[in-house]
Design a protein around this ligand. Sequence first.
Ligand SMILES: Cc1cc2nc3c(=O)[nH]c(=O)nc-3n(C[C@H](O)[C@H](O)[C@H](O)COP(=O)(O)OP(=O)(O)OC[C@H]3O[C@@H](n4cnc5c(N)ncnc54)[C@H](O)[C@@H]3O)c2cc1C
Length: 189
Amino acid sequence: MPVENVLGGIDRGAEVFQTMMIPERLGTAAMTIGAARPALEVATDYTAKRKAFGPADRRLPGVSFQIAEAAMLLDASRALVDATAVAVDRREDPARGRRMISETKKFVTESCQQVAHHSMQVMGGIGYTNVFPVERIHRDLRLASIWTGTNEVMAAIVAHEWYREPKAARLARRTRGPGARRRAGRRGG
Ligand SMILES: Cc1cc2nc3c(=O)[nH]c(=O)nc-3n(C[C@H](O)[C@H](O)[C@H](O)COP(=O)(O)OP(=O)(O)OC[C@H]3O[C@@H](n4cnc5c(N)ncnc54)[C@H](O)[C@@H]3O)c2cc1C
């Protein structure tokens, strides 16, 4: 290969790969949210109208609690993508950035699969058929925990970076983060 075609220098391929994986993995997380949301919307509309046993299904705790769980997982996923994107943009700590991206990819893709699962479950049999798009969303989302590095590999990266992270840095975040004043008060600080 001509030397002018080398990206990032000889023997620096790992850095190119790490950089490429930022948009790959964070993008996978973000687009997974977009794919899961319609499933929840379809399930929400359906259970608001469907009457299996008297009142609309949404009045059944077994149904509405699954909708609530799915809404919570979607909101938590959005918040984590936002927080990670901000951390990456700041470029303060590449190792922490790698950990957060891996956490985000794993958490969000698994959460969104749960969202699709709950959405199909509360719709009963029709959720499994192709009358509604929920079954397709369920199948499509399955890929997200496999590609751009499986979620097991994400867990390995999280563990690797977490153990390498200096204890002082972890403690500093705990003392600065939400609830720090309460924790300090409990310690008498
Ligand atoms: C539809 C689709 C599109 C794709 N598009 C692209 C693309 O555009 N570009 C690209 O580069 N790749 C692409 N891929 C490849 C994808 O990134 C890989 O399939 C994925 O990274 C997993 O690698 P693998 O298939 O070799 O599985 P393997 O590495 O063989 O993994 C098999 C199993 O072993 C586990 N495993 C492997 N290593 C470890 C470990 N160290 N610790 C714990 N568990 C481990 C895995 O989690 C998995 O469960 C695509 C794949 C699919 C299905």
